[in-house]
Write a protein that binds this ligand. Structure first.
Ligand code: SER
Length: 327
């Protein structure tokens, strides 16, 4: 029997591209996209789900006989700090709903996105190990640590096959992030292509772990495809792509667009970033399920500038074009 995939949070930066990748890999009919609202341009099976309501998830899971749920809906680190209790409630309620619906409706696998935000001041900032002490200082980070532990609990107690990755900041041209501390690393390319200066909310030397979206999606699919016995970590896997600071990415852009200008006005997001790792040790992911990143800063810069130049200068014609910036 073919798997049926439900993506919750399919309008988001990762969810939108993951939906397209799952459709490409497993067939359009096998993938149900869902979010709190439907975009006019979305083509394919879509169900409106408010994931804070367990019964809405359950209805869709039963209707399509869903076998795998990818739960991408969450409020990210920066936005979360402006609404701490709402962030906790939304991030935790939605994930516990997904776990319960999966457990009671025969769903085989669940994917849960964790984040580098689980780390705090107690973890080594360089090559942060998978099993580092977790003392996050954002409500988003607290919710991700708790989610990881719930994932492990459901696996141990109910044998539910929940798998998770701690994503670094995700950079892609196809969609926009919203409310994260790492969002600058996408906005900077848009400004560069538009010929506008960029005011950065992080300090020039605040280095963070990042990953190109194709690598992030491939990691997700590879983790979910790996045999059960290969998955030794049931909280979440560290994955590394690359690390850079705003100054370094600005220089990479200036090598290609010499007129590009950046200024720095660090705000509360810089404080969040100062508490996060600068680089990640992903040995466990490499050993257990063969993870290997492909994109470096030079390739990311070339790809982002080319794709965004095409996006801002060409009219949208095809479905693929439509998916661009679909949030
Ligand atoms: N990109 C996320 C954020 O900045 C981290 O997972 O909140």
């Amino acid at each position: 029997m073919k798997d049926v995939f439900l993506v919750i949070g399919a309008n988001g930066q990762l969810g939108s591209i993951l939906t397209l990748s799952l459709r490409e890999q497993y067939g359009t009919k096998q993938v149900i996209a869902s979010d709190i609202t439907k975009h006019k341009t979305f083509l394919g099976t879509f169900e409106t789900i408010d994931a804070t309501d367990r019964f809405q998830i359950q209805q869709v899971v039963r209707k399509y006989k869903v076998t795998q749920i990818f739960h991408l809906a969450a409020i990210l680190s920066a936005k979360g700090e402006t609404h701490p209790l709402k962030t906790w409630e939304i991030n935790m309620t939605t994930f516990l709903n997904v776990l319960e619906v999966a457990r009671t409706n025969g769903v085989k696998k669940v994917f849960y996105p964790s984040s580098i935000a689980v780390f705090g001041s107690e973890a080594a900032q360089i090559k942060t190990p998978n099993n580092a002490c977790l003392n996050p200082n954002t409500v988003y980070g607290i919710s991700k640590v708790s989610g990881e532990i719930w994932a492990q609990y459901y696996h141990e107690k109910y044998k539910l096959d929940v798998r998770s990755i701690r994503y670094p900041g995700v950079i892609g041209h196809q969609s926009l992030p919203g409310g994260g501390t790492t969002d600058y690393a996408v906005s900077i390319f848009h400004k560069a292509v538009l010929g506008e200066p960029f005011a950065c909310y992080l300090g020039a030397n605040t280095s963070l772990p990042m990953i190109y979206i194709e690598d992030a999606i491939r990691a997700t699919l590879e983790l979910m495809e790996a045999p059960q016995e290969a998955i030794k970590i049931r909280t979440a896997y560290n994955i590394a792509g690359l690390s850079f600071s705003p100054k370094e990415v600005a220089l990479a852009i200036q090598e290609r667009i010499p007129s590009f200008k950046i200024t720095y006005a660090p705000d509360f997001r810089d404080k969040i970033a100062q508490n996060w790792p600068q680089s990640i040790d992903d040995t466990a992911a490499k050993q257990d399920w063969g993870w290997l990143p492909r994109y470096n800063l030079s390739q990311i810069t070339d790809t982002m500038l080319q794709a965004l130049t095409a996006y801002y200068t060409k009219p949208l014609k095809t479905n693929k074009d439509r998916s661009i910036l679909c949030i």
